[in-house]
Design a protein around this ligand. Structure first.
Ligand code: GRG
Length: 296
């Protein structure tokens, strides 16, 4: 099988897993379950759960307790997209090739859908305790990483500085801070949780965090490049969104050529660190390179 075929196969498996973890549409509140499913099953590259699973296997993990965490990270990522598209933030009408949640369900329900996905992520992740009660210690550690990387010291913190910086010229240090927290933090959580649940040592988890930071930074710079170079049809969301929102990005700061060079450099560093950690995992190495050279 080629890398592309293996990747597609894994996306299908993750989609099936997410279907299993969607809440049943029942009760007076079934509208919110419908909106959660509308977003969760809308497609997407599924890179966060995939990275988590691959790192889990890399460190010898074999149990199904990884699954609720894979669903949870995609729920958190999806909530961030729902809220990011709201009129008060980027005010976008399309995401993953579909109308955004506030367009379909109204702004009030879109806010609640994001809230619901975030909360349900933790309800879901904590079911790992039932699947593997004897692994409570590592599950607790994984929950700690998940909550921190999604919160004020992670994605939300990055988004706060991003929102506050809109329309302003920011310095390199602030841009780096935003990218590390807004984008890299969830990728770090994905890979670190895979390692933690598989029983990796604290030192190994730290190396995984460093690799993931490089992957996250280059992933975000590639996102900036695509916002300028790609098309709405390919991306499934509007292009030139950063310009519309008057946001400074790595591309507006350094130009396309330099941005492409940095992505190249950082991705090479990430892959070589991964090789030192585990020389033989070809799929994961190819996945890191794909994320960085992706077209959508
Ligand atoms: C609202 C708390 C809050 C946070 C929002 C993550 C984020 C912060 C906003 C989303 C917009 C954005 C450009 C985020 C940077 C990370 C990124 C490139 C997200 C898109 O992730 P992909 O490409 O999306 O993995 P798919 O649709 O493939 O899952």
């Amino acid at each position: 099988m080629t890398f592309k075929e293996k990747y597609q196969d894994k996306v299908v498996q993750i989609d099936k897993l997410l279907m299993r973890y969607c809440p049943a549409k029942e009760g007076h509140q079934s509208d919110i379950m419908d909106a959660m499913e509308y977003n969760l099953l809308a497609g997407g590259k599924r890179i966060r759960p995939m990275l988590m699973q691959e790192v889990y296997h890399l460190f010898g993990g074999t149990e199904d307790m990884i699954e609720p965490f894979m669903a949870a990270i995609e729920m958190i990522h999806t909530y961030s997209l729902v809220h990011d598209d709201l009129p008060a933030m980027d005010n976008d009408d399309y995401r993953r090739g579909r109308k955004t949640t506030h367009i379909v369900y109204g702004e009030d329900m879109a806010i609640l859908t994001g809230d619901a996905l975030l909360n349900y992520a933790f309800e879901t992740a904590s079911t790992a305790f039932d699947l593997a009660p004897e692994k409570s210690f590592v599950i607790g550690k994984a929950l700690q990483v998940l909550s921190k990387k999604a919160g004020i010291y992670g994605m939300i913190g990055g988004q706060v500085v991003d929102v506050k910086s809109t329309g302003k010229r920011i310095d390199a240090e602030t841009l780096d801070f935003i990218y590390k927290l807004k984008t890299a933090a969830l990728i770090e959580a994905s890979m670190m949780i895979g390692a933690i649940l598989a029983g990796a040592s604290d030192e190994e988890v730290k190396v995984v965090e460093k690799i993931a930071e490089k992957v996250g930074l280059s992933f975000q710079i590639q996102d900036d490049i695509l916002d300028v170079e790609s098309t709405a049809e390919v991306l499934g969301k509007p292009i030139h969104s950063d310009e519309k929102n008057d946001k400074m990005t790595y591309v507006t700061w350094k130009g396309l050529k330099e941005a492409t060079k940095v992505v190249e450099q950082m991705s090479k560093e990430a892959v070589s660190m991964l090789e030192s950690l585990h020389p033989s995992d070809d799929f994961l190495k190819q996945l890191l390179l794909y994320l960085i050279h992706r077209e959508k």
